[in-house]
Design a protein around this ligand. Structure first.
Ligand code: CA2
Length: 146
């Protein structure tokens, strides 16, 4: 049994309250519940951390080293700007899945660059709430149990 760390970046705590045409009407708790169910179906545990602060996310990634076998991260808008999160992911040697509810590649120009993409195993984007299950399944497959 492994532990998968799910990280949620800034403003994702507002999910389900605004912009349902982009992000859907489900809450972050709904998404985390799906991710946890998928992890447990593969015999893994899931921990979740949401923060609106870059340093909290960096510390959560550092804290996962030697403790969590995989990280699934939706960095929110830090996707496009945070070299600190990119460096923290580069220093983490487990499985890493970048996750987005929307497909940033089909949105505004500034969302089309991910500064973390070079440091992850793979990306799941554009599938809304279902992406949380898909990202955990991708991580579990890479961990060798699916
Ligand atoms: O599509 C995604 O998952 C994003 O990571 C979401 C970020 C956005 O900055 C990225 O470009 C793509 C924004 C998360 C904010 O979520 C909200 C949800 C409801 C109301 C307001 C913000």
């Amino acid at each position: 049994m492994a532990t998968i760390l799910l990280l949620s970046g800034p403003n994702l705590n507002l999910l389900g309250t605004r912009e349902p045409h982009i992000y859907g009407s489900d809450t972050l708790d709904d998404c985390v519940g799906d991710a946890r169910a998928a992890a447990e179906a593969h015999g893994h545990a899931l921990e979740h951390v949401q923060s609106n602060h870059e340093g909290d996310l960096v510390e959560a990634i550092q804290g996962a080293r030697d403790r969590c076998a995989a990280i699934v991260i939706n960095p929110g808008a830090y996707t496009h700007s945070s070299y600190a999160i990119a460096d923290a992911l580069a220093a983490y040697s487990g499985v890493k899945v970048e996750l987005h509810l929307s497909n940033p590649a089909s949105r505004e120009e500034w969302r089309r660059t991910s500064v973390v993409a070079a440091y992850v195993t793979g990306t799941v984007a554009g599938f809304g709430r279902a992406g949380y299950r898909l990202a955990v399944e991708a991580a579990a497959a890479r961990l060798g149990d699916a």
